[in-house]
Structure formats: C-alpha cells, structure tokens
Design a protein around this ligand. Sequence first.
Ligand code: TMP
Length: 212
Amino acid sequence: MFITFEGIEGTGKTTQIKLIKAFLEGAGHTVDVTLEPGGSRIGKELRKILLNMDSTDLTGESELFLYLADRAQHVSQTIRPAIEAGKVIISDRFADSTIVYQGYGRGLDPKLLRELNDVAVSGCWPDLTILLDIDPEMGLKRAMTRNLQENKMQEEGRFEAESLEFHNRVREGYLTWAALNHERFFVVDAAQTPDEIFEQIKAKTVEVLKNR
Ligand code: TMP
C-alpha cells in the first residue's frame, strides 16, 4: 500500500506521518517512511539544489525536470521495492506536489505535468493521498518558526521565502486538484488539533486498507 501526504508548508505533515506509522505498525504492518525531494541517494543531492536559497538562477523548467528526476529515482530505488516487499510506504510529498507547485503555483500546464509525472512514476500512483489543508498565513508562520528553530532557513527555505500570493495559489491548486482526483484524495482541515486530524486520517486509512 502506498500513501502520500500533501499540503503547503507548516500543515503538520511530519507529525501526522509519525502518528499513522506508529498506528499501522501497532496493527502489524511493516511501514517505511520516505520523502520528496530526497527519497533516494541521488535524490538527496537533488534536494540540496532544489531547496537551497542560493538556487536563485534555477529556471522553472530546470526545477521541473529535477523534481521529475528525483521522483523517477525515488520510485525505482525506494517506493516500488517497498510495495513489492508487501510494506506500507508513506511519502511526505509526491507527484501531486509537482502538479500543484510547478503547475498551479508557477503557471506550467497541470495536464502536461500529469503526463510527465506518468513517465516519472511509471504506474506507481498512490492508493491514498492525504491533503492537509490550511490557511497559508498560518502554515507559513509555523514553517518559518520551525526553519529558524532548526537553523534551516538557508538550506531549506527557498519555498518558504515565496510570496503569500504564491502560497495562496498553491493552496487553491491543491483543493482543485484534489476535487479532480477525489477517488484517491482525502482532504483534512489542518487547523484542527493534531489529535482531531489524526482520528480522521486513521479512519480513512483503515477504510482504504479494508477495501484493497
Ligand atoms: P518540504 O521539505 O517543506 O516538503 O519542502 C519541499 C519543497 O519543495 C516544498 O516547498 C514544495 C516543493 N516541491 C515542489 O515545488 N515540487 C515538487 O514536486 C516537490 C516534491 C516539492
């Protein structure tokens, strides 16, 4: 089973991934957690380029192809082997991030991005995608606080430094894309408490597992 988490910065994806991993392990599953960009050896190198504040000369098209390269590598080295081994694999971001950030956020055509993603994922689309939805002002405040606390602003802060307008487009893009793909998406209001959010994610995950 393949589960992905999506949402703008600061929605609490990391916390929820830890909670659902512990729950699924308690129910007897073997669970691997991974992330994009950076879910493979080569992907870790790509992540440095993609998220560093110094990458100001990275063009929109290059950025797109680096994310797709990261994904192709991630699927072949990490995700597909885990699925084939009968594990549950959970990814913090996946193909939908490209459609939403590079598409709805930066203005590339979402339909074309879906097709390019088809090449990168080669059939490996998630069984369930959980979208944590939050007002960008609230999310960005949380993400900036975390980056400053962990001293990661320079290394990881390129997207947090984008305008609020960009993040508003991304948030709306996520909601539009989730509605277009409702058979796979589950949208949760991330302004709720972590416990409230988790209860909903747990119920949905159990339901999807049961119906497989
Ligand atoms: P994160 O560590 O906060 O998830 O940072 C990853 C950043 O990369 C996030 O701001 C979204 C962005 N991103 C894209 O723009 N396109 C993609 O395909 C992926 C996976 C991430």
